[in-house]
Each structure stands twice: as C-alpha cells, then as structure tokens.
Write a protein of this length. Structure first.
Length: 161
C-alpha cells in the first residue's frame, strides 16, 4: 500500500514538474516573441554605474532579472577592468576599436589578446578574465543578466588607476 501511494505521489510530482517547465518555457517564449530590429542610432546609451566612464545600451531583457540579455558597451581609451568572472556564459563581439582580453585572476597586460572589430570571445561560466584598452572600443555582449550584475557588484569594478 505504502509503495503504490509513494509511486503515485512521485508520478504526480514528476508530471506537475514537467507541466511547470512547459508553462515557464511557453511564458518565456510568449514574452520574447516580438521580432526586434534596431539600428545604432536607435540605441539608448546610459552611464554604467559599476564602471565609471563606460556607457551601456540594453537591447534585450532587464538587467534586474535572471533572463537572457543583450547589450552594448562603450569603453573609453586607457580603461582597465579588474579580473572578475560571471556565473553564466558570456558572449562578446567587438564592434569597434580594440579590446585587450586576458584570462586569469591577476591583471597582466602581457597575457592578453588584442580583439579587433568582428572578433568574438565566448567565456564559459566562472572564467576569470580582465580587459584593458588603449583606445575607445565598443562591444556587443549577451549573457544572463544576474551574472552581469553579480560580477560587477562582487568585484566593485572601477575606473582605471
């Protein structure tokens, strides 16, 4: 008797979990079903508080929710971003200028690669990395928004020294 009740309970629980996953997936799909086309002149640039001097234009998704987001960043010349990591995968495409990207938890300009327009970097979760610029550069990035907020809050990344 106990076994059959337990099996029935587990089946019901599994079925409800499956329905919840489908409902959440459907709700997300409905929320992101709008086709988006934006030309550069339509981007709305604001200051990025965690990185004084950097500008951000959010294209998709709010930064306050754990959802996929796409955004653009503009960095000034001679800027440094301290070593940090994100809990989610990060995709970066350089749009203009040169981004010098290094891997590791120690800032070392000799251990970076210069990424020019069209270059792409894909970093798995918890990949320690840092950035420096010698010229202004712009990039497009996508990740899960809580990972961006978490990393910048965690490291309190600041302007160059």
């Amino acid at each position: 008797m106990f076994r059959s009740t337990m099996k029935r309970t587990l089946r019901t629980f599994a079925l409800l979990n499956g329905l919840c996953v489908l409902a959440i997936s459907a709700a997300y799909a409905e929320g992101s079903s709008a086709h988006v086309m934006i030309v550069p002149s339509e981007l709305s640039w604001t200051d990025f508080p965690s990185l004084p001097g950097v500008k951000i234009a959010v294209i998709e998704g709010p930064l306050t929710e754990a959802v996929p987001i796409t955004f653009r960043l503009k960095f000034p010349a001679n800027f440094k971003v301290a070593p940090h990591w994100h809990p989610g995968v990060e995709h970066i495409t350089v749009i203009s200028g040169t981004m010098n990207l290094g891997m590791g938890d120690k800032f070392d300009t000799t251990k970076t690669r210069a990424l020019t327009p069209g270059s792409i970097a894909i970093m798995p979760p918890k990949t320690h990395h840092f950035v420096w610029t010698s010229e202004e550069f712009a990039s497009s990035a996508s990740t899960i928004s809580c990972s961006v907020r978490w990393a910048f809050r965690r490291w309190r990344i600041s302007a160059p020294t």
